[in-house]
Write a protein of this length. Structure first.
Length: 217
């Protein structure tokens, strides 16, 4: 059974040594006893907040105590932290630090891997754009692929269809590029034209550009 140490809401004095007011105490026979008299003064306080650190410190400490405080609004005692041996806390902190360093290294490896995957996919997407639209300038196809495949952008290149290089998704990426760069679409939006109306006005121009790009130069 856990030893329980209280954080009193008001000043209490030790029933044995009369020391006080106490910041923490045990209850023995309903009387407050300070940590010195309870032979717990050698323990150090670990506030709640890190489940991993708390678990490791508790496992490494031959003696520990749960620290609680009464919540008047909820009318219950709530855990505030743990008293553990200082050496146990030091070992737990070292273990957690090692874990953090391992996670940091893993994140860096994952970032490198994702960057390499993105480069490969962008190249594949660019090649697929040129296959479907051989008249598209190669530099433009590359720009479209880069724009459409930015990780976390939510653009068509990041969708399931886009990652699978479905023709409809690839065409949608090319169409979006033409809409913004080769038509007056953005100017219409700036002038207050509704999006659907603006798209309708530039649809013919987009179709003409795509038709030209589908033919080899």
């Amino acid at each position: 059974m856990d030893l329980v140490v209280l954080e009193p809401l008001k000043g209490r004095h030790c029933a044995e040594c009369r020391q006080g007011p106490l910041t923490m105490h045990l209850l023995e026979f309903n009387a407050p006893v300070c940590l010195d008299c309870a032979d717990l003064a050698h323990l150090v306080y670990l506030p709640r907040g890190s489940a991993s650190l708390t678990r490791r410190a508790r496992e490494a400490s031959s003696l520990s105590a749960v620290v609680v405080r009464f919540n008047r609004r909820r009318r219950r005692y709530e855990r505030q932290g743990l008293l553990v041996e200082e050496t146990a806390l030091a070992r737990a902190e070292s273990a957690c630090l090692a874990d953090a360093e391992a996670r940091s290294r893993r994140r860096k490896r994952d970032a490198v891997r994702r960057a390499a995957e993105d480069i490969r996919f962008t190249a594949v997407l660019g090649a697929e754009i040129l296959r479907l639209f051989p008249g598209c300038p190669p530099a433009r196809a590359q720009d479209i692929a880069v724009h459409a495949s930015v990780r976390g952008s939510g653009r068509v290149g990041r969708t399931t269809a886009g990652r699978s290089l479905e023709e409809g998704a690839v065409t949608a990426a090319v169409r979006a590029s033409v809409r913004h760069l080769d038509t007056a679409y953005d100017t219409l939006l700036t002038a207050g034209v509704a999006r659907h109306e603006a798209r309708a006005r530039v649809a013919t121009v987009i179709d003409e550009v795509l038709a030209a790009w589908r033919t080899r130069p």
